[in-house]
Write a protein that binds this ligand. Structure first.
Ligand SMILES: C[S@@+](CC[C@H](N)C(=O)[O-])C[C@H]1O[C@@H](n2cnc3c(N)ncnc32)[C@H](O)[C@@H]1O
Length: 370
């Protein structure tokens, strides 16, 4: 049994009110409050003028932002707290503000407001449909989720490095690539590495930009379309499925894995990166539990699958060497699957040959040892 700290009144009240902090951060970023205060402190009238919005709304918003620690007051003027210059001003190198488009997206925000109905119904009750071509959230994810996926990409590269660097080719297919960073991290392991990034057509330009930034322009290719239908090409040394299979039921995940498996070279690797259940209790597996919640809100039958399920599905595709890799501080698992080389035997059916009257090796006098 997992030990947990006792619940307190304070914890519960904090949970009740947490959504207000999220709303304030979203609105502060959306209206450009932190950018407006980046240069120098200002009072609500000046900020309202800079933002082109009403003074009453600005005054109340700035006060609330200060109440939750996102601004600091200096008499009637407001300024940014320490650290905000780097994190919340859109021109700063360490800007994480765009992450709200992923972590607190409009789509999730709306759907969470109807979570009770979604639980009762057992599926989405809003228009958000993560499986529909053109679902706008995936563009935002590709553009802004890298703050949360860099560590996973580095982990993936570390796991594959020794194997990949011993190869004479490194053709990589990244299915449901989004920003493309997982495929790029693998292709970069070898100077001759090439990557094919597959996603819906409107997402691929973002992966293209990232390929350019990663210095891979000439080694990066795209495949646009539905991963369940579009020809995958190949065969590839590595096929990566990053944070994709949880969108689907086990049956559909199996269907997609079968397509992916058919595109892997006999000595290649099929790699699943993402959240898994079953290898840690929910209390210690926040990412997997919360992604399942999101899939309840956005998909017909998606949820995080267990490592055991993946092992079973991979075995069904002939991948009999499966390694589940975990790293402290990284929520994603990297599941590497390959096929053990089959021993090649040359059988000689001596008894059948004798029955036919052929002279067997024993009789020839010049036979090799076997
Ligand atoms: C959660 S994102 C994962 C992105 C990236 N692989 C990662 O792990 O961070 C899922 C991606 O799969 C893409 N996707 C979902 N269903 C797809 C389908 N049927 N065909 C092609 N791409 C799909 C989405 O557009 C999105 O970019």
């Amino acid at each position: 049994m997992t030990q947990s700290p006792p619940l307190t009144r304070e914890t519960l009240i904090d949970m009740m009110l947490a959504y207000r902090r999220t709303a304030l951060l979203r609105v502060g970023l959306e209206l450009g409050v932190f950018d407006a205060l980046a240069e120098h402190p200002a009072d609500s009238t000046a900020v309202a003028a800079r933002l082109g919005v009403r003074e009453r709304g600005t005054r109340i918003l700035l006060g609330a932002l200060a109440a939750v620690g996102l601004l600091v007051t200096d008499g009637p003027r407001f300024r940014l707290p320490d650290g905000a210059d780097e994190l919340l001003v859109s021109t700063a190198a360490g800007y994480v503000g765009a992450g709200v488009k992923v972590a607190a997206s409009h789509w999730e925000w709306e759907a969470l407001g109807r979570l009770t109905q979604a639980v009762r119904f057992g599926g989405p009750v809003t228009e958000a449909d993560a499986e529909a071509p053109g679902f706008p959230f995936w563009r935002d994810f590709a553009e802004h989720a890298t703050f949360a996926t860099d560590a996973g990409a580095a982990f993936l590269a570390d796991e594959l490095r020794p194997w990949a660097q011993a190869r004479g080719s490194l053709d990589v297919l990244d299915i449901g690539c989004g920003h493309g960073l997982f495929g790029f991290a693998v292709a970069k392991l070898l100077a001759i590495g090439q990557v094919w990034s597959l996603d819906w057509p409107e997402v691929l330009p973002i992966a293209g930009r990232n390929a350019e930034q990663a210095g891979l322009t000439r080694r990066a290719h795209t495949i646009a379309g539905d991963a369940f239908q579009v020809p995958l090409g190949g065969p590839y040394d590595v096929v990566v499925l990053g944070n994709l299979l949880f969108q689907f039921s086990e049956r559909r995940a199996a269907e997609l894995l079968a397509r992916a498996a058919a595109a892997v070279k006999p000595d290649g690797q099929l790699v699943i990166v993402g959240f898994t259940t079953g290898d840690a209790p929910p209390e210690r597996n926040y990412g997997a539990q919360l992604i399942s919640l999101l899939m309840l809100l956005w998909t017909a039958d998606g949820e995080a699958h267990s490592t055991a399920t993946y092992e079973k599905l991979l075995a069904a595709q002939g991948f009999d060497a499966v390694e589940v890799c975990a790293k402290p501080g990284v929520q994603h698992r990297v599941i590497r699957a390959s096929r053990r080389p089959q021993p090649t035997f040359a059988f000689t059916d001596v008894s059948a040959a004798r029955a036919r009257g052929d002279s067997g090796p024993d009789d020839s006098g010049d036979s090799p040892i076997l």
